[in-house]
Design a protein around this ligand. Structure first.
Ligand code: HEC
Length: 106
């Protein structure tokens, strides 16, 4: 009996541990994307120097978050001057906006 109780206690602790971990890790994944105003202002100030917004509009809804990260890294290599914070925000924006969103396409 004592052994069974120990195992149950152990499983219980493992369960708590995982619940705790997923609660912590989850905040990043479920974080709300920035507001449309924030998205639009970054795109309008930082992204139109080298090409029209149509380039960005056309790509909406075709890239995963990971692919947008790569795209933004590429833009940075081209000389787009975004801060770390702006990069994170614009990646969150672009990967969550639907195809044809007027935030980018208007
Ligand atoms: C310093 C210049 C520059 C800036 C600023 C810039 N880009 Fe670009 N971007 C380019 C160039 C050059 C290309 C063309 C690459 C090609 O045709 O292969 C491009 C192409 C693109 C494309 C189409 C290709 C693809 O990978 O889907 C998207 C989308 C894009 N840019 C998004 C953005 C966004 C979003 C921003 C603002 C955060 C931005 N760009 C700012 C230089 C820039």
């Amino acid at each position: 009996m004592g052994r069974t109780k120990k195992i149950i206690l152990y499983l219980f602790l493992v369960l708590i541990f995982f619940v705790f971990m997923s609660a912590c890790g989850g905040t990043d994944v479920t974080a709300e994307p920035p507001s449309n105003d924030v998205c639009a202002s970054i795109v309008d100030t930082k992204c139109v120097r080298c090409h029209y917004k149509t380039r960005i509009c056309d790509a909406l809804g075709t890239k995963s978050k990971r692919k947008w990260k790569k795209t933004i890294n590429f833009m940075m290599k081209q000389g787009a001057g975004l801060t770390e914070e702006e990069q994170k925000k614009v990646i969150a924006c672009l990967s969550s906006l639907p195809k044809g969103s007027e935030v980018v396409c208007k």
